[in-house]
Design a binder for this molecule. Structure first.
Ligand code: C2G
Length: 754
């Protein structure tokens, strides 16, 4: 018994390798892979890497998935067919379980479970970070869609059959189960898919079941209708898993569903096929129709409410009402009053009524949300922001500052604020977004992030100076000048240079794109950052190339005096040298977005024993870290300054820096002081989580150390270490600190506040 696995390919090489890897790992080995390249070259080098698989590759000129799958079927030699998208992958026992389902009873179609993920195979399998359809923020807008599917756990295929059931009853129950699983249980119309199943080839051929080659998308909808309508023998195994991957860069590389979720014409044409492939009064048609009514409520009606394009509305609503007339009275009787009213209004061509119904529903939903959810105030603020503040005039001399999401008074915005006040005393009204009340050297209003005042200034300040990304709902106004300082020379790959997004925000790439479109100026501290930011951020507006404003302090002629004052303020004895330990965060260790875990791998007791006479340690975790490190009993040796505002001041007082993959070392290098790189998880960080722009083994100005003993040893021999790395340090300094002259703030201000 053999399966032919049909894989359409349209140039997604990164994904394809993972897909083939998952095929290589299958415990059931009797399959061939039919790779159909659609209008692109066959990826020979990837195929070569998987020469242990029986891969037959073909190239066709058409670039439709439907054509590729039908072509694959013609070439298939197996008795069974599986469709796998080249950007997806399978659990290793998928085929084994599917074959067990099929062969036992000679079934025509067997189905497994589909799970959704944003992540690559190795990350998904190691963490099981699946995306529940209901938690997906793309799908959540469809929340009013029909939810007549049972919960995962309720579904146990074999339980359907009872002792004493006749052949005919068993057959009907199995068809019902297939309809339930393959149609009703899918969250959206668009989620009805031919993937995750295996089909007996002759069943497909004898019943003329094929994908509609006239359509680019949504052909699975009618395909599944035809598969069920042919009344075959069905079986399923809920533990067999097909993993459907959502693309983490829907802007540059959207998947078909991401690309076309609102392409109504395709839905219309695909649904016409569903009507053809189902019997008018059948339960199967009714199940599809319930989904269609869900789609009407979740997507069509809101679009009629919000879109201004009258021509589009008329054309599409005419098409859609044609579909609605095919729905039986029984389905209408069963559905909610809201959907019924929408359908009636649409079929009568009364688009104003559809819009009104949708508007009222929207208000009711918001009200229900407000009653149930204490965070409704956030929604109210958002409305104030969009409807009120963003319509009021922009305030010409107002500058809004934020550093690290309001967590501190620090970084480049701090230095720009101070220099701006020095250069133009009293000219600008400054507003700082700050979590905690802070003593500032110049007058400034302090407001809390996400307060009403925050939204007011976000909408109305002419100048915005942030060092991180602003909220996604930010409204860019034409008078507004957005200075994005960013917050570090990149070592870890950023945005579009990253293949995988492992962190708590899988929509990072899409969000980044939306947010960075509003930036008018971006700061690059060196030519390396200039080049990376342009590419990785897809940024083509002015770049400020003067070094980092935040590093100006490190070049001040009176920096020793400033350092002595800071040391005193913190309370560190004058005679003690300082080791600053400032690690970064780990993308895969999180509680939720913005709240990351951290486990200290340094043996502080041992360090105190060995180094305590001469040194103290400043512990400084990244601002994303939520875990608090307990240093009780070590107060004479360890200063936990994770909440200290400005790390630049800590650089200034430190004699040695220990870091890992944090951009802090690019800044610290301005001081030309020794650095150690505590990279105990280098392989994971470099190869799995991020990938680096520079070679940590060759290009960084200090040794990689992996244990506390090595750190102690290096500290004891710090002069020898410095000598060993002197040449690398010089090259590094030239490359990354070459633009820094202590005047970055001033130069940026001259260019932006013209
Ligand atoms: N930082 C800090 N304390 C740490 C780590 C970082 O105060 N323990 C500050 C430094 O100013 C640093 C900045 O946060 O330059 C960014 O931290 P990174 O560790 O480099 O990580 P990330 O926030 O991911 O930014 O292009 C740069 C990257 O985006 C890195």
């Amino acid at each position: 018994m053999k399966i032919s696995v049909i894989v359409p390919y349209h140039g997604e090489k990164v994904y394809l390798s993972e897909c083939l890897e998952s095929l290589k790992e299958q415990t059931f080995k009797g399959f061939e892979v039919i790779l159909v390249a659609t209008g692109v070259d066959i990826p020979e080098e990837v195929i070569k890497k998987y020469d242990m698989l029986d891969i037959k590759s073909y190239r066709i000129d058409d670039n439709k998935v439907s054509v590729a799958r039908n072509y694959g079927l013609k070439m298939a030699e197996g008795e069974y067919i599986a469709y796998v998208d080249c950007d997806d992958y399978l659990y290793e026992d998928f085929f084994e379980k599917m074959m067990a389902c099929s062969q036992n009873k000679g079934e025509d179609v067997s189905f497994g479970r589909i799970c959704y993920t944003w992540y690559s195979r190795h990350i998904h399998l190691s963490q099981e970070v699946t995306v529940n359809e209901k938690n997906d923020d793309e799908a959540s807008k469809d929340n009013s869609e029909e939810k007549d599917g049972a919960d995962e756990e309720e579904l146990c295929y074999h339980d359907y059959i009872e002792e004493g059931d006749s052949e005919e009853v068993i057959h009907r129950k199995r068809v019902d189960m297939a309809e339930h699983y393959l149609v009703s249980k899918r969250k959206n119309l668009q989620n009805i898919t031919a993937l995750g199943n295996i089909y007996r080839k002759d069943y497909l051929i004898e019943n003329n079941i094929a994908f509609n080659e006239e359509l680019d998308y949504m052909t699975d909808l009618a395909y599944i209708a035809a598969v069920i309508n042919a009344d075959g023998r069905f079986n399923g195994d809920k533990s067999a898993v097909y993993v459907k991957r959502k693309h983490n860069d829907p802007i540059h590389m959207p998947s078909l569903t991401q690309k076309n979720s609102e392409d109504f014409d395709y839905i219309y044409r695909a649904y016409c096929d569903v009507i053809k492939n189902t019997k008018p009064d059948s339960e199967l048609k009714a199940r599809y129709d319930r989904k269609l009514l869900g789609y009407l409520a979740s997507t069509v009606a809101p679009a009629i409410r919000t879109k201004n394009d009258g021509k589009w509305k008329r054309a599409y609503s005419k098409q859609f009402s044609e579909l609605l007339t095919s729905i039986s009275d029984d389905v209408y009787k069963d559905t909610t009053a809201y959907k019924r009213k929408l359908a009636v209004a649409l079929m009568a061509g009364n688009l104003a009524r559809v819009a009104k119904l949708a508007r009222n529903k929207n208000y009711r939903n918001m009200l229900a949300y407000a009653v149930k959810n204490p965070r409704f105030i956030t929604k109210a603020k958002d409305i104030m922001y969009r409807k009120r503040y963003a319509k009021q005039p922009v305030m010409d001399n107002v500058v809004l500052f934020e550093s690290f999401f309001g967590k501190s008074y620090s970084d480049s915005p701090k230095y720009i604020f101070e220099k701006l006040n020095e250069m133009y005393p009293g000219k600008y009204e400054c507003v700082w977004i700050l979590e905690k009340k802070t003593e500032l050297p110049y007058p400034a209003k302090q407001i809390k992030r996400f307060s009403f005042a925050y939204y007011k200034y976000l909408a109305r300040a002419k100048y915005i100076v942030f060092n991180s990304r602003q909220p996604k709902n930010f409204i860019k106004r034409k008078e507004n000048v957005f200075l994005e300082t960013w917050h570090g020379t990149p070592l870890k790959k950023l945005v579009y240079d990253m293949d995988e997004v492992v962190s708590a925000s899988p929509l990072y790439k899409r969000n980044f794109y939306i947010q960075s479109r509003s930036w008018d100026y971006l700061v690059a501290a060196n030519s390396f950052s200039d080049e990376v930011f342009k590419r990785a951020f897809d940024y083509d507006k002015p770049m400020l190339k003067y070094g980092y404003p935040r590093n100006d302090i490190l070049h001040r002629p009176d920096r020793d005096k400033i350092a002595a004052d800071i040391k005193k303020k913190i309370g560190i004895p004058e005679d003690k040298k300082i080791i600053l330990y400032a690690p970064t965060w780990r993308d895969d260790e999180f509680y939720e977005a913005g709240k990351y875990k951290f486990t200290l791998k340094l043996d502080l007791e041992k360090m105190r024993r060995e180094l305590g006479d001469e040194y103290v340690v400043i512990l400084r975790t990244h601002y994303f870290i939520a875990d608090k490190i307990d240093v009780t009993g070590m107060e004479d040796f360890v200063y936990n300054l994770s909440k200290y505002d400005d790390i630049a001041e800590l650089y200034l007082i430190s004699d040695i820096l220990i870091t890992d993959y944090s951009s802090v070392f690019f800044d610290y290098a301005n001081l030309k002081r020794p650095m150690l790189f505590f990279t105990y998880d280098l392989d994971k960080y470099r190869d799995v989580l991020r990938g680096f722009y520079i070679d940590m083994e060759k290009d960084i100005p200090g040794p990689l150390v992996f244990t506390t003993d090595e750190i102690i040893d290096s500290v004891k021999n710090i002069e020898a270490v410095s000598e060993k790395y002197a040449d690398v340090y010089d090259t590094f300094y030239e490359r990354f600190c070459g633009w820094e002259d202590g005047h970055a703030s001033e130069n940026c201000i001259k260019e932006v506040f013209k």
